[in-house]
Design a protein around this ligand. Sequence first.
Ligand code: AMP
Length: 286
Amino acid sequence: MRKHVSAPLPIARTVADLRSAIAAERNNSRTTGLIPTMGALHEGHLSLVRAAKQRCGFVVATLFVNPKQFAPHEDFDRYPRNEAGDADLLASAGCDLLYAPGRSVMYPDGFATSVLVSNVSTMLEGQMRPHFFGGVATVVTKLLLQALPDAAFFGEKDYQQLLVIRQLTRDLDIPVEIVGCPTVRERDGLALSSRNAYLSAAERRVASRLNVVLHDAIKALRAGAPVDAVEGEASRHLAAAGFTSVDYVAVRNAATLQPVASLAEPARILAAAWLGKTRLIDNMAV
Ligand code: AMP
């Protein structure tokens, strides 16, 4: 039997090419769904493509490893890059166009503007990685304005990022529907992430404990344990499981990320922890 091979995915490199491709689809009454990514794609990214495909006639994934969201000491240089492999995966998931702009398209000489979101971006990831959400908000604002899609799809895996993006599109009146999609996980619960490729075999075994510890914390919260006791216990369990250090385990209001007084309000548990040089994040609804 012949193996089905998808046609090569068209690639746009400039804003003009991106816009003319989307305009042609709009003239045929097709809506556009946008999926911003930094590449090194996995099933988590492809689940966003499939969600977009269900709602939109024309699906565009973007690939840009955004230097502005990495601090100088972070992993920008070693971040995994594989555009040809990514394009094949996207085509097989039903994506219609890849937008892969170069750095000079996104940040030409003289670029001087940043998008800064206050409140929801200041705690947790924003506290641990102070430059991070400024870089994310700036690049996502640019991608949304370049493509002007009907909807854009983001993973709950990066839950705080999803809230930051909802906030900026509301505040800046960017006419796009932001769709949050569930986290895709390995069988043992580890959330898929491009950074999982950094893990050694021993670290990979420890990594799955992150999700187990969050599950246990949710059970304890539902059984009535106080929030601060559960957060402390979960951090200790991560350290005991072999995590090198724990940036935070926090139970927060699911909409504002402010500390919760009780579980009467919708809550989310979020965590970030290190395995050697690799930083893992995860979160779940309480
Ligand atoms: P990244 O390439 O890591 O910047 O991620 C691009 C998009 O994919 C973001 O909206 C992420 O939240 C989403 N994503 C990453 N990992 C997962 C996952 N395991 N499940 C669902 N979405 C994900």
